[in-house]
Design a protein around this ligand. Structure first.
Ligand code: IPD
Length: 297
């Protein structure tokens, strides 16, 4: 049966607000923290509690849909199929959360036929909500939970294509990159090479990008591209739950996701390299070419 994307969106927004209240109620200075891959790959009891709540709500509302969550993910059994699948990161930006650095969010996506169809990303510290529905545009709302409580509030439609100033070139671009948690091996070398080339002067084979940022949340990086606040975002080690929701929001704002793997979302097997570019009235193709020319060498 056809999935009612608007209804899924509304359910996800109310779950996001509930998650936001849990995140704000937690006290990061006394929270118990565990590690996964290594000492910088952390998970807190709040990540786990939020994911349990989200799973419970979604099981009740959509018992037939599949569920992939960062904290319950099992590499041996989890592959994203064509079935409607919720893809959830209970706290994207856990390190920021632990430090009370207010750039963290809950990221709730729905993929249908392995393509992101609904995205809800909510930063409770700023009460800032980003949403997107495939084919219906994406929106940003400030004071979102406050407005919802009062039954009002204006959503701003994010710029679609021509609504945004043209992209010029990398030396005028604001580009976000992330180190992620993998700090050794080939993946780490790829990241270092890429960062070096982006930053270096042209005479030393670089792109000399206008500005590089590491803000600590993949989902919020994608939303910032969707809102035209960042020009590009590159990361060499994302999982499906980091990008599913933000991807939908970005695309619906006229942005592009260049090197991801829609349709091949096996979180254990895909290349996990992503380049996002904001919507623009021109220059998208050129700046993507410039990016690969510099980085590919
Ligand atoms: C991480 C953040 C970080 C990115 C990592 C993600 P988490 O998500 O988005 O910015 O660099 O790749 O895993 O662990 O905080 O949910």
């Amino acid at each position: 049966a056809e999935v009612n994307l608007q209804e899924v969106h509304d359910t996800l927004v109310s779950i996001a607000f509930e998650a936001g209240r849990m995140i704000l109620a937690a006290n990061p200075s006394s929270i118990s923290t565990d590690t996964k891959l290594n000492a910088v790959d952390i998970v807190t009891e709040t990540d786990q509690a939020v994911e349990r709540m989200v799973l419970e709500r979604l099981r009740a509302a959509y018992p037939a849909f599949h569920f992939v969550g960062e904290e319950s993910y099992q590499p041996e059994v989890t592959a994203i199929t064509a079935a409607p699948t919720f893809i959830v990161d209970p706290i994207d930006g856990t390190t920021n959360f632990v430090h009370s650095f207010p750039n963290a969010c809950i990221s709730l996506g729905l993929a249908v036929d392995r393509v992101p169809a609904v995205g809800v990303v909510y930063n409770p510290f700023q009460d800032l909500l980003f949403t997107g529905i495939r084919g219906q545009g994406s929106y940003m709302q400030r004071n979102a939970s406050l407005a919802a409580g009062q039954g009002q509030g204006e959503k701003v439609r994010l710029p679609i294509g021509g609504g945004t100033r043209p992209l010029e070139n990398l030396s005028t671009a604001l580009v976000s990159i992330e180190y992620g948690s993998q700090r050794d091996g080939e993946n780490f070398e790829l990241k270092l090479r890429t960062f070096r080339k982006l930053a270096a002067a042209k005479e030393s084979g670089g792109a000399m990008v206008g500005g590089l940022r590491s803000l600590g949340s993949a989902a919020l990086n994608l939303c910032a591209c969707a809102a035209g606040q960042l020009d590009m975002y590159w990361e060499g080690g994302c999982y499906a739950w980091d990008v599913a929701a933000g991807w939908c929001i970005l695309i619906e704002a006229g942005g592009q996701m260049v090197s991801g793997n829609p349709g091949d979302w096996n979180p254990a097997l895909d290349s996990r390299v992503y380049l996002a570019v904001r919507g623009a009235s021109g220059g998208q193709k050129e700046i993507i070419e410039e990016f690969w020319k510099v980085i590919g060498d």
